[in-house]
Ligand binder design. Structure first.
Ligand SMILES: [Zn+2]
Length: 134
């Protein structure tokens, strides 16, 4: 992280942390910077943990993720041991990524495609998260 901060800001950050007593010896701090992380923020640990929980909830719930409609849902006439065991069929799926506007294709095992469903995935071209809905 220290590599991302401009040199003059690193100096002022380390001076501020030293004034707060977060570390006493500057040389020892830099020699062990990768072993003993120091919290350089003013956010209280409880508040920080709350932010992390919110971010995890938003990520896990797929809220605010851009969506795309399936352009093609085509059953693939092929079966294997996996499909015979779990059921369903393989489908060739196509959509347009809402981020990069490129056409994307997937092969997925699906159950009943007559029901509404959505697929949470990443675009194989721009790697951004999207939700493809029927
Ligand atoms: Zn994309």
């Amino acid at each position: 992280m220290a590599k991302c901060i401009p040199k003059d800001r690193q100096k002022s950050a380390s001076q501020a942390c030293q004034k707060k007593g977060m570390f006493l010896d500057k040389q020892a701090y830099y020699e062990t910077i990768d072993k003993n992380p120091v919290n350089m923020t003013t956010i209280h640990d409880r508040e920080y943990a709350g932010h992390l929980q919110l971010i995890k909830f938003l990520s896990d719930s797929w809220l605010f993720v851009k969506t795309a409609q399936f352009k093609k849902i085509e059953r693939i006439d092929s079966r294997d041991k996996y499909i015979n065991y779990v059921g369903g069929d393989y489908y060739h799926l196509e959509a347009t990524c809402p981020h990069c506007e490129k056409d994307i294709e997937y092969v997925e095992r699906l159950g009943d495609v007559n029901q509404p469903f959505w697929l949470g995935t990443n675009c194989p071209r721009c790697n951004r998260k999207l939700k493809v809905v029927k």
